[in-house]
Structures are given as structure tokens and as C-alpha cells.
Design a protein around this ligand. Structure first.
Ligand code: ASP
Length: 335
């Protein structure tokens, strides 16, 4: 059997940064540094490195970057057995979520990775992350978008960056790891997505189409009103308390939300808790949201809910279609 071939796409992030007087910033021509590093590792699949036209600190990520990253992969899809996307950790879970919805039915691994400490710096986690990510990107059992970080492979659209300074920065709180690396790498096949028909989309995103709002004690109608005033807004992710409760005793707040839903803004409700699910009808405060047409987002992460809405909107669906499709699992993102 011929050696598997993996394409590594560098999109930016700490892994390819250098210290500067103002903190880490992307270095010029990291691809060359990366090629030297990969050449020094034993036992990798065959690989090549490409980079985005403008690698970024992922704190600067825009939805348009999702299209750019996905387009790079789709253009080369047939030539490679798997893909590694090196990406900043700050928005890696957002991008992995978006790519999972854009590359539905992926029949090859797309493994996001990066590092908390730049490659070449003392104690960098980059070498271990790179080697694990490349090994998993060459594994034909994996047919989905995932994040490999800190010795674990997590489903991309279930992942969140939960630690600012730990090397194992990511968790997928509502789904078990897809693979774990110790002396060997154990892939949990029963947790992987099954093969599905390939349905790739590369829509053009409107960055203003989706917003997110965390519910907090004292949230006022005027704050919500300001958010809803943007005429480009098509959907709002409400991060509510517990099983989906919000301060619905506030009549102006309730009225505003109801009016937004009535004029076609899709409002979805997810929990701000780390684990668990929105359960409509558990409390009157949650039922009031359902009554005005807010859609329950089950156990979607904020990143997955946000990205899914963006993709559905960018694909041209209307509010009624989005409301229906949002609740249906399409690539393992919710139970
Ligand atoms: N700010 C960096 C980024 O997200 C952090 C990292 O990569 O770890 O690009």
C-alpha cells in the first residue's frame, strides 16, 4: 500500500509566531520553518505545506476566513488522503465548527491543530501536536472535521477552548474524545461519524448576519434593542442559564425578542453551562422563550450554534427553513 499523503495548511496562530516587543505575532514564511521541522520527524505520512495568503492571529478571524480555509481544502481534495489545518487556538473551535458544516459528508480527515507555545520556543507543545495531527490525518477511518490538541482528538463542532494556559486547551464537554494518544494512538471507532454523501458548500458569509448574547442578571431591553437594530442581523444566539432559562419576567425584553422572531430573526437558545442541554418546558422562564418562538438549541456549543446559523444563512435558507434545519443533527454536532 502506498504511503498516505497529508496536506498541511497553515492559517496562523501561536504555533507559527515569534516574540516581539508587543507580544507574539505571526512570523514571515513559517511554511519554511515548518517544512524543516516536519522533515526532522520520523514516521510521518508524506506531506506538503501550504499557507493562507495572510496567516493571522486567530483573534482576528472573520467568517470570510472559513470560506478561504475550506476553499483551499476543497481545491485539493482529490489529491490528498487527509488534511491538517494549523490554526490559532482562540477561534479554532469556531472554525472547526464552521468547516464541519461546510464540508458535510467529508470522506477524509480534516484535523485542526496548533500550539499554545510557538514551535521552536522552550517546552513548545507544537512538535507533539503536529506529529499526532499528521498521524490522524492519515487515518482513513476518520471522515470528519476534528481538533487534535494535548493528546486528544475531539469532534470539531463539539469542541471549546476551555483553558487559557494549559497545553491541553480544548474539551468537548458533551461528547467523548474521538481518539487518545499515549504510547499508541487509540481511535474510538464507535464515536466517529459514519460515511455520508458528500455535500460541500463554500458560501459567501455576511459577518453581521449572526450575533450572540450572554444572558446576565440585569440584562436590559435597551442592550438587546441595540443588538437587534442592525438590519443585517438574521440570527441571534442567546446563551441562557441552565436548561434554557432567561429573565422572561422582564416584559420589554420579552416583547423585543418576540418582535424580532416575528420579523424573521431566528433566535436560538443554548445553555451557558459547560455541559448539558436546553430542555424546553423545564421552567416557566424557559417556556416563555419557546412561546415567543425562540428555538431550543439542545446541547450545541456556542461555537457550533453560531457557525451552523452562519452556514445556513449564507446558503440562502429563509427563516422557516433555518429554524427547522438548525435542530437537526447534520454532522454529529448535537444529540
Ligand atoms: N492568539 C492566538 C491565536 O489564536 C492564540 C493561539 O494560537 O494559541 O491565533
Amino acid at each position: 500500500m502506498s504511503r498516505p499523503r497529508v496536506l498541511v495548511l497553515y492559517a496562523g496562530g501561536t504555533i507559527g509566531m515569534v516574540p516581539s516587543a508587543r507580544g507574539y505575532r505571526p512570523m514571515a514564511d513559517f511554511a519554511a520553518v515548518l517544512r524543516r521541522q516536519l522533515a526532522a520527524f520520523a514516521g510521518l505520512p508524506a506531506w506538503e505545506v501550504v499557507e493562507l495568503a495572510q496567516p493571522i492571529d486567530s483573534a482576528n478571524l472573520q467568517p470570510a476566513h472559513w470560506r478561504e480555509i475550506a476553499a483551499e481544502l476543497v481545491a485539493r481534495w482529490e489529491e490528498w488522503d487527509g488534511f491538517v489545518v494549523l490554526h490559532g487556538t482562540d477561534t479554532m473551535a469556531w472554525s472547526a465548527s464552521a468547516l464541519s458544516f461546510m464540508l458535510q459528508g467529508a470522506d477524509k480527515p480534516v484535523i485542526f491543530s496548533g500550539a499554545q507555545i510557538p514551535l521552536g520556543q522552550p517546552r513548545s507543545d507544537a512538535p507533539a501536536n503536529l506529529q499526532g495531527a499528521l498521524a490522524l490525518a492519515a487515518d482513513p477511518r476518520i471522515r470528519e472535521v476534528a481538533i487534535y490538541f494535548g493528546n486528544r482528538l475531539l469532534r470539531g463542532n463539539r469542541s471549546r477552548k476551555v483553558h487559557a494556559d494549559r497545553l491541553a486547551a480544548f474539551e468537548s464537554p458533551n461528547y467523548l474524545p474521538l481518539a487518545e494518544a499515549g504510547i499508541g494512538i487509540v481511535v474510538h471507532e464507535d464515536r466517529l461519524l459514519r460515511p455520508r454523501a458528500r455535500e460541500f458548500r463554500l458560501p459567501v458569509f455576511d459577518p453581521s448576519a449572526v450575533a450572540a448574547l450572554t444572558v446576565y442578571p440585569g440584562l436590559s431591553a435597551s442592550v438587546l434593542e441595540a443588538l437587534l437594530a442592525d438590519p443585517a442581523l438574521r440570527a441571534l444566539v442567546l446563551c441562557s442559564y441552565g436548561v434554557g432559562n432567561a429573565p422572561t419576567a422582564d416584559a420589554p425584553l420579552r416583547t423585543l425578542l418576540g418582535a424580532a422572531v416575528a420579523r424573521g430573526v431566528v433566535v436560538v437558545n443554548i445553555t451557558q453551562c459547560a455541559t448539558g442541554s436546553v430542555v424546553p418546558g423545564s421552567y416557566a422562564t424557559g417556556s416563555a422563550l419557546a412561546e415567543i418562538g425562540v428555538v431550543a438549541g439542545a446541547n450545541l456549543t456556542l461555537e457550533a450554534a453560531f457557525a451552523k446559523l452562519h452556514v445556513l444563512i449564507a446558503c440562502g435558507l429563509d427563516a422557516a427553513q433555518i429554524r427547522t434545519q438548525f435542530c437537526r443533527p447534520v454532522c454529529g454536532e448535537l444529540d
